[in-house]
Design a protein around this ligand. Structure first.
Ligand SMILES: NC(=O)c1ccc[n+]([C@@H]2O[C@H](COP(=O)([O-])OP(=O)(O)OC[C@H]3O[C@@H](n4cnc5c(N)ncnc54)[C@H](O)[C@@H]3O)[C@@H](O)[C@H]2O)c1
Length: 362
């Protein structure tokens, strides 16, 4: 339920050690995660790690009841857009069904959930228009969700369930919609680690299409602060955008990485076919979060240099094993996984009668 990198960062800052709260991390340690990212967290006496799937209703309910959970931060997801084009069932399964199961477990748990912070994404808005520059769209209230890829659609679907549980069962929820996050410890499938590793290894950096799609990147430390502020100061039933200050083209990001690693961008960067659909930009207005007191502190130059350095100096295979597939321009998908999902779906959608408790509330 919680993001390992967020906890790691907080622990390093000695904040978790001084918190009275106990934190339970539930994570299935999927292909993109590494137990090494938990090393510092394990030293925090108030942190407990449970390896498990958010889609396991019994496990989630057990954890909520036995640990007397009162706050849920729901980060667990399939999060890589590229994978979602070829493996979209997996995204429905984890992001929509996983969220539904978590919500239902919260509804039926004996403990009282006082805050359910659901982590969504800027991608649910779909592609921004240039009107967004004036700040008159992609505010939390004014904009309809218009996802354009299976990942974004699954995140939008999950949001709908969270909102419905808020209305139907008075779940005290908050939703966040954030820009891209980068920093050390991130699985190499995402653009910044992928580009850094390839450039360091003197391989080509593949850019989707013309590379002129813009993205806003926020350092993980700033994202952690945003979640902290929203968790403690946000209002129930509100949505908060978490927005980075500046927009950059994917091409300029690759060039910045080449410069840091002293690689010739013209020799290193190559263009490959684009995604099935590639949103040109995501602009979000985050004035609502700024009003709560959050500020983006890490500059792009400092954050990127620190991140590129981390990927250049770590034994990455000791974190994630073989990362060759993550470095491919477009991930290759094994079709057998679709079939196994279809077999599985019937079992998961048939809850035992004992779970159908009527009128349970938070
Ligand atoms: N990374 C970004 O740029 C970004 C931007 C906006 C929003 N988000 C959202 O933030 C959240 C975290 O993103 P991230 O980049 O850390 O993702 P990630 O892919 O790096 O990590 C996802 C985590 O969820 C776990 N997980 C996956 N399926 C699970 C399941 N069924 N049960 C339990 N655990 C499971 C994985 O093991 C992993 O630790 C996601 O909800 C994502 O949609 C991410």
């Amino acid at each position: 339920m919680a993001d390992l990198r967020v906890l790691k960062r907080r622990c390093r800052n000695k904040r978790l050690t001084s918190l009275a709260a106990k934190v339970i991390v539930l994570d299935k340690l999927d292909y993109c995660s590494s137990a090494k990212n938990l090393t510092q967290v394990r030293q925090c006496p108030r942190v407990k790690f449970v390896k498990g799937d958010v889609r396991s209703f019994d496990l989630v309910l057990h954890v909520l009841n036995t640990e007397h959970v009162d706050t849920v931060m729901h980060f667990a997801a399939q999060s890589h857009v590229d994978n979602s084009f070829n493996n979209s069932f997996e995204f429905t399964k984890t992001n929509i069904e996983g969220t539904h199961i978590l919500l239902e477990a919260c509804r039926l748990a004996r403990c009282t959930i006082r805050r359910f912070l659901h982590v969504s994404t800027d991608e649910v808005y779909g592609e921004s228009s240039h009107a967004s520059f004036r700040g008159d769209s992609n505010t939390e209230r004014a904009t309809l969700l218009a996802p354009t890829n299976p990942y974004a659609a699954s995140k939008a679907g999950a949001e709908m369930l969270v909102m419905a549980y808020g209305r139907s069962y008075n779940l005290p929820f908050i939703i966040t919609r954030g820009n891209n996050v980068y920093g050390p410890n991130q699985y190499p499938e995402k653009a910044i680690p992928k580009f850094s590793i390839l450039a360091k290894r003197e391989k080509k950096i593949p850019i989707h299409g013309d590379g002129l799609a813009t993205r806003s990147y926020m350092h993980v430390q700033d994202a952690v602060e945003a979640f902290d502020v929203i968790l403690h100061k946000g209002e129930d039933a509100h949505v908060y955008n978490i927005g980075a200050r500046e927009e950059r083209t994917v091409l300029s990001i690759a060039r910045d990485i080449c410069r840091l690693l002293e690689r010739d961008p013209d020799e290193t960067i190559t263009h490959v076919c684009d995604r099935n659909f590639n949103d040109r930009r995501y602009f979000i207005d985050c004035s609502k979060l700024l009003a709560l007191g959050w500020l983006q502190n890490k500059t792009w130059d400092a954050g990127l240099a620190e991140t590129v350095e981390w990927y250049a100096t770590q034994d990455l295979e000791s974190y994630w094993g073989d990362i060759a597939q993550a470095l491919e321009p477009h991930p290759v998908f094994a079709p057998s996984r679709v079939i196994s999902f279809l077999d599985e779906i019937d079992d998961i959608c048939q809850p035992a009668d004992s779970r159908l408790v009527q009128n349970a509330a938070y």
